[in-house]
Design a protein around this ligand. Structure first.
Ligand code: ZN
Length: 261
């Protein structure tokens, strides 16, 4: 990323936010707790993502601006407070109308990770693309299914791939690798054991598929149901809070009367 793209991005961020974009962002519960400074940063990142990434409707879907903003604003949430590029490996965001049928491909040597054997809500390629089902995006954006948000899930895979491998470990500073690996490996092993034993789990059993899915699934929980994650798996919560530089449980755990005092 050179000086020219930095300059261009500053200009894009300085543009006024279209009123329709504001309305779309206001309606996404996972974004409503942000402070005004965070909200401004999120809006700037959203503008850059909508401008720089190639959004494409597939399977007959005509992708409108509201849909792009819905996706970009939630992807922007994962970049808040962090010194990072804007999903540098990601070129295209491809959106189908609904869950789509595709050949069964697990993660392979080219870095393609697919969600589920046949019917897919989304997928993430380490080289260039995120694929989403719009009906899943829409449900996730309402916040009505705590723990589930396909946009957060697939863009977490993109962050995971930033260091070249989609292996459940994102790009970290050197001092942060050991604690990340220790906590996440242990918690992943616990989840696998619980799923194998048929025990109920707070973390979606899909996270037991592999470490990359574990990272994506706990990140969905972190942002959409943080109080549950911090109560059940505080070490995972703290690891993600440190990585994302955010503390979403702080907002939902405060009883309303404390705020109004
Ligand atoms: Zn996944």
């Amino acid at each position: 990323m050179g000086i020219i793209s930095e300059y261009r991005r500053r200009r894009i961020k300085a543009r006024p936010l279209p009123r329709e974009w504001k309305r779309v962002i206001d309606e996404i519960p996972v974004l409503t707790h942000l402070t005004s400074a965070d909200r401004e940063e999120l809006e700037g990142t959203t503008k850059v993502l909508v401008h720089e990434k190639h959004f494409e409707g597939a399977g007959g879907l005509s992708l409108n601006q509201d849909m792009k903003v819905t996706i970009a604003a939630q992807a922007a949430l994962l970049l808040l407070h962090r010194h990072t590029d804007y999903y540098p490996r990601l070129v295209s965001i491809i959106v189908y109308p609904s869950q789509y049928i595709a050949p069964n491909m697990q993660r392979d040597q080219t870095g393609i990770v697919t969600e589920g054997p046949q019917v897919r809500a989304g997928e993430s390629w380490s080289r260039g693309a995120v694929v989403l089902a719009w009906d899943e995006v829409a449900v996730g954006a309402t916040g009505q299914r705590p723990g589930h948000n396909v946009v957060i899930h697939e863009f977490t895979h993109q962050l995971d791939a930033e260091n070249g491998e989609m292996d459940g470990v994102p790009l970290l500073t050197a001092d942060r690798y050991p604690p990340w690996v220790r906590v996440m490996e242990e918690e992943y092993a616990h989840l696998r054991a619980a799923v194998d034993a048929g025990q109920p789990t707070v973390i979606d059993p899909y996270g037991a598929t592999n470490p990359a899915e574990f990272f994506a699934v706990v990140t969905e929980l972190f942002f959409t149901d943080p109080g549950t994650l911090i109560d059940a798996h505080p070490r995972v919560y703290e690891t993600l809070a440190d990585y994302f530089r955010q503390d979403p449980a702080r907002f939902v755990r405060l009883p309303r009367w404390v705020i109004t005092l």
